[in-house]
Design a protein around this ligand. Structure first.
Ligand SMILES: Nc1nc2c(ncn2[C@@H]2O[C@H](COP(=O)(O)OP(=O)(O)OP(=O)(O)O)[C@@H](O)[C@H]2O)c(=O)[nH]1
Ligand SMILES: [Mg+2]
Length: 216
């Protein structure tokens, strides 16, 4: 029996292939909405892009992106994660690696592949076998205590995004205090605030991603 992970690693020469970025976070925090905002920003900067989505037992997010008109539908692949979305981004990311490899085969010039995790809990993290760099998206409406709970996603991601900042006044969240606590628990590692409905803050997310994995 061949180990597909080992084979994939062997087939991929160092430094060759697209940069791979993960976007994880709790259900409904705005992962797909952020990707919908990032696509035109990155495309406008000339980035050759593809996306892999993960849903439990459907291809809902992939179909949403394919219908969006924002990206060539063939550049969106779907992985059905099954019962535990974190398993396929952490313990055994074989399916996602294969989906990324297939996109690279179909689109040899692709520079960046974004992997959206299925919505999960605060403990979800990405395997570095799958991605080079990853974002964790939480949202203001999930409660200002989320950073204080120090979940591995919040602590370990390369960039924490606090989304739905527009909702702060409606859910009695002091946004500055929430951002301050997030900064404290992350010990100064990067975090950004966004409104994925209007696009506020999304250029800064694209800047962070480009600098980290595209070196531009
Ligand atoms: N007000 C507001 N709503 C937002 C924002 N971002 C996303 N939403 C809404 O939040 C809901 C969930 O957004 P999605 O992008 O589907 O969230 P997701 O994290 O991809 O969800 P799953 O993939 O199901 O885990 C949708 O109704 C979005 O329109 C935001 O910044 N502000
Ligand atoms: Mg989604």
């Amino acid at each position: 029996m061949h180990d597909p992970l080992a084979l994939s690693a062997l087939c991929k020469a160092p430094g060759v292939g697209a940069a791979r970025v993960g976007i994880g976070g709790p259900v409904g925090s705005g992962k797909t909405a952020l990707i919908e905002r990032l696509i035109p920003v990155l495309a406008g900067r000339g980035v050759d892009l593809a996306v892999v989505t993960n849903d439990l037992v459907t291809k809902e997010d992939a179909e949403r992106l394919r219908r969006s008109g924002l990206i060539d539908p063939a550049r969106v692949a779907a992985v059905e994660a099954g019962a535990c979305p974190h398993t396929v981004i952490r313990e055994d990311p074989t399916l996602n690696i294969a989906a990324g490899d297939e996109l690279e085969r179909k689109f040899p010039g692709v520079e960046l592949i974004i992997f959206e995790s299925g919505g999960d809990n605060l403990a979800s993290t990405f395997s570095l076998d799958l991605v080079d760099w990853w974002i964790f998206v939480i949202d203001v409406a999930g409660g200002d205590d989320i950073p204080r709970k120090r979940g591995p996603g919040v602590l370990r991601c390369d960039l924490l995004v606090i989304n739905k900042i527009d909702l702060a006044p409606f859910v009695d969240v002091d946004l500055d205090a929430m951002l301050g606590e997030a900064r404290t628990v992350r010990e100064g590692r990067p975090l950004l605030a966004t409104n994925a409905r209007t696009g506020a803050g999304v250029e800064a997310v694209a800047d962070a991603m480009s600098q980290a994995v595209l070196f531009r």
